[in-house]
Design a protein around this ligand. Structure first.
Ligand SMILES: NC(=O)c1ccc[n+]([C@@H]2O[C@H](COP(=O)([O-])OP(=O)(O)OC[C@H]3O[C@@H](n4cnc5c(N)ncnc54)[C@H](O)[C@@H]3O)[C@@H](O)[C@H]2O)c1
Length: 261
């Protein structure tokens, strides 16, 4: 039997360029920093310049390389423009992480048309057109990784937030269809469906005591995830270690959706 490869080299992303949308805060910020630590030059994208600059500053302070791209991910012309500018500056984009997201907790009858439109624009339209923008370069190089950050609620649903659950479920369909369409060019497409993660989004939407009760009652591991625990899943799907993985949904959720728990 050939020598078993150590994970070290395969997990590294040296020489690669990764773009993370919504990298100013929360999980996106951590995805960007972890990808940079593994050796990738990172395009830190966000709608908010101040937080994107902070993430880029952290990456540089940690010895990494960061390029900043600012626009609303749902603005098709702007995301195409930012991708082209980043490709001109860095030569290529090997990995795209469609992470930018919003959440506003609402019951079905309180969701206005504008709320639903915005939810789908940011999550579905954003992930779709950011992917469309990077695909020509990936096809030309016959390799690439696209990772859609969906949600466990896109897989399992939730008793509230149907607009969010619907948009996140649509991202799973995108991942599967894109995996089928793009594999002839060596482009692998997967989704991550996190359970609840301790980020700004979570803190804004839920009181600490509600989160503690939720973790106690619903999550077998008894706690919410830390952003790093999701970033490691992103790093895996970006690396050579996942060369045989496409069209899949990886759901780090502390066991939340094990039937019968
Ligand atoms: N926090 C959780 O528990 C959780 C669970 C499952 C899935 N998710 C998903 O993970 C992703 C990150 O969530 P988070 O908790 O880190 O959120 P967050 O609110 O902490 O950060 C989201 C980031 O996206 C940026 N953003 C928002 N709208 C944008 C737009 N239109 N264009 C560009 N950037 C935009 C924000 O400025 C921010 O930097 C989201 O897609 C979210 O739906 C989060």
């Amino acid at each position: 039997m050939a020598e078993i490869a150590t994970t070290r080299k395969e997990a590294r992303l040296d020489g690669q360029v990764a773009m993370v949308t919504g990298a100013g805060m929360g999980m996106g910020r951590t995805h960007a920093r972890v990808l940079a630590k593994r050796g990738a030059a990172v395009i830190v994208h966000d709608i908010d310049a101040k937080t994107a600059e902070r993430t880029a500053g952290e990456i540089r302070a940690e010895g990494g390389s960061a390029h900043i791209a600012i626009c609303d991910v749902a603005d098709v012309a702007a995301i195409h423009r930012e991708v082209k500018a980043a490709e001109r500056a860095l030569g290529r984009i090997d990995v795209l992480v469609n992470n930018a997201g919003i959440h506003n907790s609402r019951a079905l009858e309180d969701i206005a048309e504008a709320d639903l439109d915005r939810m789908y624009r940011v999550h579905v339209k954003g992930a779709f057109f950011a992917s469309q923008a990077v695909i020509p370069g990936m096809k030309a190089r016959r390799s690439g990784r696209i990772i859609h950050i969906s949600s466990a609620w896109g897989v399992a649903g939730n008793h509230i937030d149907s607009h969010y659950c619907g948009a996140k479920a649509a991202m799973l369909g995108l991942a599967k269809a894109m995996a089928l369409e793009l594999h002839p060019w060596g482009i692998l497409v997967n989704a991550i469906a996190p359970g609840m993660v301790m980020t700004e989004m979570t803190r804004i939407n839920r009181k600490p005591e509600v989160l503690a009760e939720f973790a106690d009652k619903l999550i077998p591991l008894g706690r919410l995830a830390e952003p790093e625990e999701l970033a490691f899943a992103v790093a895996f799907l970006a690396s050579a270690e996942s060369a045989f993985v496409t069209g899949q949904v990886l759901s780090p959720n502390g066991g939340e959706f094990i039937v019968g728990y």
